[in-house]
Ligand binder design. Structure first.
Ligand code: FE2
Ligand code: FE2
Length: 319
């Protein structure tokens, strides 16, 4: 009888919702989200994560943050000698995502149209594969869809769109690609510790006013997870942002962690039909023990809870 594969322990730093504003300005005229993002990386790094995942809303809507955001993320990758994988959120322009993976000291990991990566065969074709030491990065159908693989970990990142609309979505091509990636039978892929990241949670927000702002098509997404699992795939966790609250949930018996935001948090004590933001900055640590055990921890590192806004809900302008 063979011994089941047991990957070593591993910590992932999970950051989300940076809401970077145009350099020289402040979010809600109060928060320096660039400084806060640096603090978030430093806070998480004290726990020696193997990798950083940033699950969307890199920008605050309508703020031009590139190329400064690329420079900051590359600086963090270089300073901490860790790979950083990012995906867009509903505040981010798709066209900003010419790069989504930042590797220490490297130009590999940029999108396939850039140097160092197999060129795509046609504009908008984001498929391609690059060797990266012991890691491998490949790309899926939409900008910032990526698979990052090492011997210990596979991260499948999905662009869930949603710019200026109430919900996120995945295209049929993305769902097919996800299904194929989860079902890959080469090497040890089926037994590899696997994490899926997307901005919009594929589960409802328990905060009633924000119930319908997650991923559209949650049932289809669940069916793909179930199908992959019944074919033997291992899916350890789904990591999301967007809700600006702390939430643990599950879909198709896979744990879902919704990390609170780096920039600010929602306040569920606000009255019906309203939304209120408070000044708190959080990061999460996702810890895998040697076996399959998973745990998540949210760490507050900034802010004293001052009210940032309190207004009626406008669905296209949600977190
Ligand atoms: Fe969002
Ligand atoms: Fe956000």
């Amino acid at each position: 009888m063979s011994t089941p594969y047991s990957p070593p322990e591993l910590t992932i730093a999970h950051l989300s919702d940076l809401h970077l504003v145009a350099p020289g300005t402040l979010l809600f005229e109060q928060i320096d989200t660039w400084r806060r993002t640096r603090e978030a990386f430093a806070t998480a790094m004290a726990h020696e994560p193997a990798i950083f995942l940033v699950t969307g809303d890199i920008a605050e809507r309508f703020h031009e943050i590139r190329p400064a955001a690329d420079e900051l993320l590359q600086e963090m990758a270089d300073t901490y000698r860790r790979t950083i994988i990012t995906i867009p959120g509903n505040h981010d322009l798709q066209s900003d995502f010419t790069q989504s993976v930042y590797v220490p000291g490297g130009t590999v990991g940029v999108a396939p149209s850039s140097a160092g990566v197999t060129p795509a065969s046609a504009p908008g074709d984001h498929r391609g594969t690059v060797p990266l030491g012991e890691a491998r990065i490949s790309y899926g159908p939409e900008p910032a869809d990526s698979v990052f693989e090492t011997a210990q970990l596979r991260v499948i990142s999905l662009n869930s769109h949603g710019y200026r609309v109430a919900q996120g979505h995945l295209t049929d091509a993305q769902l097919e690609w996800l299904s194929a990636e989860l079902g890959r039978s080469d090497s040890s892929a089926l037994q590899q510790r696997t994490v899926i990241t997307l901005h919009h949670p594929p589960v409802a927000n328990p905060y009633i006013e924000m119930r319908n702002i997650g991923l559209r098509g949650q049932q289809e997404f669940a069916d793909i997870l179930r199908g992959a699992k019944s074919a033997g795939a291992r899916i350890d966790a789904i990591l999301c942002g967007h809700y600006h609250i702390t939430q643990a949930a599950s879909i198709a018996d896979v744990p879902v962690w919704v990390t609170p935001a780096v920039a600010y948090q929602g306040d569920p004590t606000v009255g019906r039909g309203r939304v209120r933001g408070r000044d708190y900055g959080f990061v999460s640590l996702i810890r895998f023990a040697e076996d399959r055990d998973y745990s998540a921890l949210a760490i507050k590192f900034a802010g004293a809870g001052a009210e940032l806004f309190d207004r009626e809900i406008i669905r296209e302008l949600l977190p």
